[in-house]
Each structure stands twice: as structure tokens, then as C-alpha cells.
Write a protein that binds this ligand. Structure first.
Ligand SMILES: Cc1cc2nc3c(=O)[nH]c(=O)nc-3n(C[C@H](O)[C@H](O)[C@H](O)COP(=O)(O)OP(=O)(O)OC[C@H]3O[C@@H](n4cnc5c(N)ncnc54)[C@H](O)[C@@H]3O)c2cc1C
Length: 356
């Protein structure tokens, strides 16, 4: 039977009636992604509310409400791991960079870093086959990930890992540990690939004293936060804290380039930042926006612990993009659930379960 032949009437006809009573009710009440559906007269699904609130663009901020305008080559939204890496890279290429950060500090968490064939991995003889790694990540994600994105990581994570480590060593950090194959693979494991964990950092005393407080991960994460923040400052990156981006400006009635970001200061005043070469959104995930979580990851409804200490990650980058016409995967999206439950394989769980 073709999908179009499956009308509600056909479905309920005949001996399937009793079973349909049990099965169809939950089907009609809602689909897995949390959106409400019902069938039209032709038997097709129709969405009651195709547009949840977070997708609805707010009223544009008028020019008259903007109290200042600044220009740089690149404007970056968010001073986490990705925002600071992007800022340092752009500054290394000679770009003038402004980073807008919602909170009063940079935000980091974690412990160590995964990569494929970075220098430290070569040093301990831990060679990874890029195709095996890609296959394993795809398999682990039930073939849902975008293979092109996975391949990007597989191809480039090694030299990015070298770049990060070089920066950390320049800042006086030392390598506390390099993971080896034997530490990572439990006896009896059937994985066709080796784990991709790399190094753990030890910060300097200066890093410990100067690093922002309250980051999950202890000393290793302090080392990376200090490395990236101080390197960005050395390279002249202009960091603005407590200045959340609230809207993007896209030319030609949302058909042209995104040329500027509007940010809102603590007094409620709006400031415009023009990115002459580009705008990069690095505003993190949407773990603290309940509506987005429910919409894109309904399984998160039952998860009681959110390990992100900062409540700032409310999907602002995703929302601002959507409001000016960006596309987003329909969902359900991949959640990052920590799972350390693998029997007799603490290292393995750590290295494989969270990647990429
Ligand atoms: C407990 C825990 C442990 C982890 N351990 C590891 C690990 O060991 N190794 C690893 O590689 N990864 C680890 N991760 C994952 C890692 O932390 C994330 O993948 C990474 O931080 C994502 O970086 P990001 O820059 O995209 O986002 P974030 O680091 O979240 O940064 C986003 C930034 O944008 C800011 N922001 C938000 N909205 C706005 C706005 N409107 N305007 C301006 N700024 C805004 C936020 O305040 C934040 O500073 C861990 C995650 C958790 C929760």
C-alpha cells in the first residue's frame, strides 16, 4: 500500500479495528518529536502548530533604538571553546575580531580532547584509520549523523589538536597524560577502531589564579580556558562580556548576506556590530531552553540532570539563525547523554560514548 492510500478510514476498516484502538490513539495524540498531529480528510498528517514559539521572529529592532555601531572583520557570538578558537584563527590571519559574550566570563567544561592522528597520538603509537573511525561514529549514531560533518572532524581534528596543544605549551601548561590504546580498549571489546582520546593538561599556577571560577572539569579545563582566553587577548581579540547578541541583520529582506549582529547591554540599550568579512555564531547548545529541548529532543523530557552549569545556553544562535531564514535539522536531534555504564571499561566509555 502506498503512503497516500493509507487514509484514516482505510486504516480503521476491517479486522484491525481492535488493535487500532490501542495503537492509533497514541499515534494521533502526538509524534515522537513532541509536535501534535492529526489526520486531514485525505488521511495525511497535518500539523496543528507547525511553528513553535522559539521559531517566531521577534519584531525587528529599529535603527532609532540602536545607540552605537562598531565594525570589525569578524564578529563572533559566544566565548566558549568554539568562539575563542574561531577568534584566535581569524586574528592569526590578520583579522580584526570582536567577540560578544552573554555572561561575564568565558565558558568551558570537560577534561580532555579527542582527535584522529594528532601528534601526541603518533608519539604513543596510537594510529587511527580515518575510515574505521568514520564508520564507527556513524554506526554508533545509528547512521543518523551527517557523514560529511563527521568526516570534517576526522580529517581536521588531528592538526587542530596539535594547534591547541602548541598554544597550551606556549602558555606554560604541561601535558599531564597522553592516553594510550591499552588504557582505552577493554578486554573483549569488539570495536573495529581505536579510541581517539589525546592529552590531559596541567595548568600553571598563574592559570589557576587567573582562570574564571566554577568551571566543570578542574585543572585540565582551567588550563585550556586560560590558554585560549590569554592567547585571544595577546592577539588583540576584542572580548565584550555581558553583551548578548539578540538579532542578526540580513540584507535584502532576509535574502542576502548576514552583515551585522545587534547586542543588548545590561541597561537594555542596543548596539550594532558590523562584520565586514563575516559573522560566526558560536553560542553553544539549547540545553537550557525547555521548548527547544522538547521540540528537538523529546527524550530529554525525562532527563533530570543538566550538567551545563551556565544557564546561558538557550539556543540563541540557532534561534537568531532561524529568524533570518537559516535551516535546521528537523530532529530529533542527537542528545549528549553521559553514559559511564560500560562494564569493566571506564576508559572505553569515556572515549567512545561522547564522540565526536
Ligand atoms: C559535563 C561536561 C563535560 C564535558 N567534557 C568534555 C570533554 O572532556 N572533552 C570535550 O571535548 N568536550 C566535553 N564536553 C562538551 C563540550 O563542553 C562542548 O562540546 C563544548 O563546550 C561546546 O563548545 P561551544 O563553544 O560550541 O559552546 P559553549 O562552550 O557552550 O559556549 C557557548 C558560549 O556562547 C555564550 N552565549 C550563549 N548565548 C549567547 C548570546 N546570545 N550572545 C553571546 N554569547 C552567547 C555562552 O555564554 C557560552 O560562553 C563536556 C560537556 C559537559 C556538559
Amino acid at each position: 500500500m502506498k503512503a497516500s492510500d493509507l487514509s484514516r478510514r482505510n486504516f480503521l476498516k476491517g479486522g484491525a479495528m481492535a488493535l487500532a484502538g490501542a495503537v492509533a490513539a497514541p499515534l494521533l495524540a502526538g509524534c515522537g518529536n513532541g509536535r501534535q498531529h492529526e489526520l486531514d480528510d485525505e488521511g495525511n498528517f497535518k500539523q496543528k502548530d507547525p511553528q513553535p514559539d522559539f521559531m517566531k521572529p521577534p519584531a525587528p529592532i529599529a535603527d532609532s533604538q540602536i545607540v552605537s555601531t562598531e565594525k570589525a572583520d569578524v564578529i563572533i557570538v559566544g566565548a566558549g571553546m568554539s568562539g575563542l578558537c574561531a577568534a584566535i584563527s581569524a586574528a592569526e590571519e590578520g583579522g580584526r575580531v570582536i567577540v560578544l559574550e552573554k555572561t561575564n566570563t568565558v565558558n568551558f567544561r570537560g577534561y580532555d580532547y579527542a582527535a584522529v592522528n594528532s601528534r601526541v597520538q603518533q608519539q604513543v603509537g596510537n594510529h587511527l584509520d580515518p575510515v574505521d573511525v568514520t564508520r564507527e561514529i556513524m554506526r554508533f549514531g545509528a547512521y543518523k549523523p551527517n557523514q560529511k560533518v563527521v568526516m570534517q572532524w576526522v580529517k581536521h581534528s588531528g592538526h587542530v589538536n596539535d594547534w591547541l596543544l602548541e598554544m597550551a605549551l606556549k602558555k606554560g601548561c604541561t601535558v599531564q597524560h597522553i592516553w594510550t590504546y591499552d588504557e582505552m580498549v577493554a578486554e573483549g571489546a569488539t570495536l573495529p577502531t581505536r579510541p581517539s582520546m589525546t592529552f590531559v593538561l596541567e595548568p600553571t599556577q598563574e592559570a589557576i589564579e587567573k582562570a574564571p571560577k566554577g568551571m566543570i572539569g578542574g585543572k585540565p579545563v582551567i588550563a585550556m580556558a586560560y590558554t585560549l582566553l590569554s592567547t585571544a587577548q595577546d592577539k588583540g581579540v576584542d572580548l565584550r562580556f555581558k553583551l548578548p547578541a539578540v538579532q542578526l541583520i540580513r540584507e535584502d529582506d532576509n535574502k542576502g548576506r548576514v552583515t551585522a549582529v545587534i547586542a543588548k547591554d545590561p541597561e537594555g540599550k542596543y548596539h550594532k556590530f558590523v562584520g565586514e568579512k563575516g559573522i560566526i555564531l558560536c553560542a553553544g547548545d539549547y540545553g537550557h531552553d525547555k521548548e527547544m529541548l522538547h521540540h528537538y529532543i523529546p527524550s530529554a523530557d525525562t532527563v533530570k540532570i543538566n550538567l551545563y552549569p551556565s544557564k546561558a545556553n538557550t539556543g540563541d544562535g540557532h534561534k537568531m539563525g532561524l529568524w533570518v531564514g537559516a535551516a535546521i535539522d528537523e530532529g530529533p536531534h542527537a542528545p549528549m547523554y553521559f553514559d559511564f555504564g560500560m562494564v569493566n571499561a571506564p576508559g572505553l566509555a569515556d572515549s567512545v560514548m561522547r564522540q565526536p
